[in-house]
Design a protein around this ligand. Structure first.
Ligand code: ATP
Ligand code: MG
Length: 231
């Protein structure tokens, strides 16, 4: 479904992605772990066309969308939940969700989104700034879903959230997967990634250096953590 091949991306002269290879089959969850600054966000921004890759392929059901403008990538069925959520503080919950709407949703209608996120239903009229971090994260996910995407890119959704809220988030991510959404999850929270992902990938200096299923990853975790993940 989503397949990234030899992706290279530069910021000016800085060669950030150095041949990223990654695949997430349809309806599955692929996670990317990695230290700060290795290129995780650049990977999702490159897929979205927010920073055009200099070479390589981003295949969506076999169609190469690398270098497409962001609105065309979105139209092709990819939605992006950015790091830091980027909720509009002065818009209400419902208005924030509608920002993500391209045409009236068929799959993820407002009703269905508010069923999926009961806390957002309770706070429908509240402004973005009045929400907790967890509610803001759920809102950012709802805003992505309202475009009826086939693929959702989640950039560090657990950042700054309390353990209980991270558990709730894990439930939401699994639920999306059950509904057939393909998910690329960027995370620093290894427990969350292990709990939800079908395949875990580790990024070091702009490359995927390791990939395994959660079971294999768990067995090798200490070595992997020491080698690639701790500072
Ligand atoms: N707009 C930009 N212009 C220039 N360099 C950038 C830009 N954005 C990121 N970088 C650099 O590219 C590298 C990769 O950054 P990126 O944000 O992709 O890392 P990350 O893995 O998402 O890190 P974090 O865990 O902190 O979110 C870093 O060295 C960063 O300083
Ligand atoms: Mg990042």
């Amino acid at each position: 479904m989503l397949r990234i091949e030899s992706l290279n991306t530069h910021y000016g002269r800085s060669h950030v992605l150095q041949g990223v290879d990654l695949e997430v089959p349809a309806g599955r969850i692929g996670a990317v772990l990695g230290r700060n600054g290795v290129g995780k966000t650049t990977t999702v921004r490159s897929i979205m066309g927010l920073v055009p890759p200099t070479s390589g392929h981003v295949l969506l059901d076999g169609q190469d969308i690398a270098g497409w403008a962001p609105h065309l990538v979105a139209r092709a069925g990819v939605a992006y939940v950015p790091e830091g959520r980027l909720i509009f503080p002065d818009l209400s919950v419902l208005e924030n969700i509608r920002v993500g709407e391209r045409k009236p949703a068929k799959v993820w209608t407002m009703e269905r989104l508010l069923d999926l996120f009961p806390s957002l239903r309770e706070r429908a009229g509240n402004r973005g700034w009045q929400l907790s971090g967890g509610e803001q994260q759920m809102l950012a996910i709802a805003r992505a879903l309202v475009s009826d995407p086939r693929v959702v890119l989640l950039d560090e959704p657990s950042q700054g959230l309390a353990p209980l809220v991270v558990r709730e988030l894990a439930g939401v991510i699994k639920r999306l997967c059950d509904e057939g959404v393909t998910i690329l999850l960027i995370e620093q929270n290894m427990k969350l990634a292990e709990a939800v992902a079908d395949q875990l990938h580790v990024m070091v200096k702009g490359r995927i250096v390791y990939a395994a299923t959660p079971d294999v990853f768990r067995a090798e975790e200490e070595a992997i953590r020491g080698k690639y993940l701790t500072l």
